[in-house]
Design a protein around this ligand. Structure first.
Ligand code: NI
Length: 178
């Protein structure tokens, strides 16, 4: 297993639309295992393949604190969504340090395949429902900050670009010291 590099907003690759998985083979199992390791290492509760620059419909989620409910959602589809909406403060591994409220369906029913290609259905509420909708947005090329006002989004974009520049400078200095 290996830890994958997570793309940071506003990387344009985060806006690519993911294609469905057609072959469930060892490559998909390895991708799911690597994504899970990357998510736990970050640490986070969900990760979409789009965030590691793989543009296929693969998501991993584990919202438990003891890491006991890891699940892969491949080619996920929302087959039912509650009319009731809820606002939840969301964060994203591609936008570290930024949290803001997004309104989503309070409950959803999802149909997807696991890493073995077995189809399943799952009804979720609470954090899991939020997470499923957030990660499915990634597969469509959408990052949660796009729900925020243009003013907030531009501020976040500027902050991320500044941090990126500082990170690059720090890395360069570290290399120079060797
Ligand atoms: Ni995210």
């Amino acid at each position: 297993m290996s830890i994958l590099n997570i793309l940071r907003y506003p990387d344009p690759r985060l806006h690519k639309v993911a294609k469905p998985v057609t072959v469930f083979d060892e490559r998909i199992k390895t991708l799911v295992a690597d994504m899970a390791e990357t998510m736990y290492d970050a640490p986070g509760v969900g990760l979409a393949a789009s965030q590691v620059d793989v543009h296929e419909q693969v998501i991993v989620i584990d919202t438990t604190e003891d890491r006991s409910e890891l699940r892969a959602y491949i080619n996920p589809e929302i087959i039912w969504a509650s009319p009731e909406m809820k606002v939840y403060d969301e964060g994203c591994l591609s936008v570290p340090g930024v949290y803001d409220g997004v309104e989503r369906h309070a409950e959803v029913k999802v149909r997807a395949f696991d890493a073995d290609g077995k189809e399943f259905e799952l009804q979720a509420d609470g954090l899991l429902a939020v997470c499923i909708q957030h990660e499915m947005d990634h597969l469509k090329g959408k990052v949660f900050v796009e729900y925020l006002s243009p003013l907030k989004r531009n501020r976040i974009k500027a902050k991320m670009i500044k941090e990126e520049r500082e990170l690059a400078r720090a890395n360069k200095q570290r290399v120079g010291q060797r």
